[in-house]
Design a protein around this ligand. Sequence first.
Ligand code: ADP
Ligand code: MG
Length: 247
Amino acid sequence: MSPIGKPIVDARGINKSFNTAHVLKNVDLKVNAGEVVCIVGPSGSGKSTFLRLINGLEDIDGGQIEVGETTLPGAPKELLSVRRNVGMVFQNFNLFPHLTVLENLTLSPRRTGRMNRSGAENKARELLKRVGISEQSSKYPSQLSGGQQQRVAIARALAMEPQILLFDEPTSALDPENVNEVLNVMKELASSGITMIVVTHEMGFAREVADRIVFMADGQLLVDASPSQFFEHVEDERLRSFLSKIL
Ligand code: ADP
Ligand code: MG
């Protein structure tokens, strides 16, 4: 574990293009161990792409990202180490539909040789209890509500004991009545000290839970501020316009 207060993610001068579209433009972001950073911004501004670069799901065109002890771009071995160290929670849960809840949690720890079957199952049951779905362990994802599926996805990410958790709009696909149960799990995680980077439109959550909120628009990171500064004192015109549309 990195000590609290040291950068655990350090992205410097990040550029990314898809064909002729320049979707990330010199993005810099430092996240200290134990911090919760929320990323907000209009659709298409590059938020998901940035998360995907941090866990090595896309290649970086320019710049570097230090993730824990590893630097990207890196050799395949380093990519593997980053992916093991970084858990990811997606908007659409991405659970394995043909596996039970318990099997969704034990698959990666067993495949990677990190744990044997009984170790992985014990850990999985403990995590399912933590996210409040112990009773659902032998069900299949399709038998669960969206909120329950997302809580399983969070538990699955935790099963690999990552140092960093990335969330890409984790509540955007949920029915309104399921949003809070997921946010409450995320709040509990935030207070446990794990480093979290959360792309979200949930401004109440960002205000209450984030240590910092960053605003991206058109591939640029335009504002990086504490929650109180973010909502009250920010001069950026594009942020004002964005907030006026969603608040
Ligand atoms: P956000 O998450 O902020 O909505 P994205 O990172 O998903 O933004 O997308 C940023 C831009 O990059 C968009 O214009 C999107 O169409 C484009 N883009 C994202 N992924 C790809 C891809 N794999 N191929 C081509 N264009 C992409
Ligand atoms: Mg996105």
